[in-house]
Design a binder for this molecule. Structure first.
Ligand code: NAD
Ligand code: UDP
Length: 308
């Protein structure tokens, strides 16, 4: 198949490009390099089945494809809040442009949605039936509401135009190829520990997240795209929950770092807890994560040790 990946030069996108090329597909990677980098796809440039184009999903584009994975959107709070209006445009206009392309080419189209659609959740763990608790005017809304609107567009194109959609909601995922300045918690703690800088816990560190290793997640992507049982939304994430304090302690232990732990103010609207209910992923995709946090952290730490 010929497969388009928007945001293909980013952290998740570059792993997906690699996986689909290994399966023998042709891959077109479209990226404006806002948070992605050519370094992430450098090793793929010699592959005759790989093409990349610098383009912004906010502007329309044409190509003939069989499948589309729509990943274009900054994912770290630091980066998506840098230009909030652009973040909403990327999610909403990007979805409209990709869905228009899918409609014209009859391509199946996949949306990388997010656990952020649940906001600061009142239901725990979060299942797909929960409608969420998002502050529509807060600092995270540019991302949360952009992604929620994208989901709405996907389901409206599906109902109204018969577009063949697949929607997943990704919970915190980490691994090699996150940027050093990504700003998300796993890469921040690892980079700080390796440099001997203070490890910055926001708030008292009792807030929780569930961390999925990138290889597990990409396997879930491909399973979701290539099954016909459900269009989604389906949660993909690791159901084991950690506090940020536990994560910091684990990173210090594995790196053997002398870094001290310091506390900084908790950002506005920071969700207090987050853990996926993955019953649907297990039922429809036969999927569950295999990599434990300590194991995944080790390979991520190896990656950062090499590039720092
Ligand atoms: P990332 O920031 O590394 O990748 C995003 C990619 O999209 C980058 O290469 C960036 O340059 C590109 N991009 C951004 N705006 C664009 C635009 N207007 N036009 C074209 N390209 C654009 O983040 P990631 O972690 O790889 O996330 C990929 C997708 O998965 C995102 O849509 C994100 O919302 C979603 N997601 C990720 C996580 C996670 O934990 N990693 C969790 C939930 C959802
Ligand atoms: N966080 C932290 N220190 C950091 C970066 C993040 O304590 O250096 C916290 C953040 O406040 C949040 C959690 O870690 O509670 C996860 O943050 P991240 O930005 O990775 O993603 P989120 O799940 O909030 O989108």
């Amino acid at each position: 198949m010929r497969i388009l990946i928007t945001g293909g030069a980013g952290f998740l996108g570059s792993h997906l490009c690699e996986r689909l090329l290994n399966e023998g597909h042709e891959v077109i990677c479209l990226d404006n390099l806002f948070t992605g980098t050519k370094r992430n796809i450098h090793h793929l440039l010699d592959n005759r089945n790989f093409e990349w184009m610098r383009h912004d999903v906010v502007d329309g584009f044409k190509c003939e494809v069989d499948q589309i994975y729509n990943l274009a959107c900054p994912a770290s709070p630091v980066h998506y809040q840098y230009n909030a209006i652009k973040t909403i445009k990327t999610s909403v206009m990007g979805a409209i442009n990709c869905l228009g392309l899918a409609k014209r080419t009859n391509a199946r189209i996949f949306q990388a949605s997010t656990s952020e659609v649940y906001g600061d959740p009142h239901v725990h763990p979060q299942n797909e039936e929960y409608w969420g608790n998002v502050n529509t005017i807060g600092l995270r809304a540019c991302y949360d509401e952009g992604k929620r609107c994208a989901e709405t567009l996907f389901f409206d194109y599906h109902r109204q135009n018969g577009v063949d959609i697949r929607v997943i909601r990704i919970f915190n995922t980490y691994g090699p190829r996150m940027m050093v300045n990504d700003g998300r918690v796993v890469s921040n703690f690892i980079v700080q520990a390796l440099k001997g800088d203070p490890i910055t816990i926001y708030g008292d560190g009792s807030q929780t997240r569930s961390f999925c290793y990138v290889d597990d997640l990409i396997d879930g992507f491909v399973r979701m795209m290539n099954q016909s049982e459900t269009v989604g939304p389906v949660n993909l994430g690791n159901p084991v929950e950690f506090t940020m304090k536990e994560l910091a302690d684990l990173v210090v232990e594995i790196t053997g770092s002398n870094s001290e732990i310091v506390h900084k103010p908790l950002p506005a609207d920071d969700p207090k807890q987050r853990r996926p209910d993955i019953e649907k992923a297990t039922k429809y995709l036969g999927w569950e994560p295999k990599v434990q946090l300590a194991e995944g952290l080790k390979s991520t730490i190896d990656y950062f040790s090499k590039i720092l």
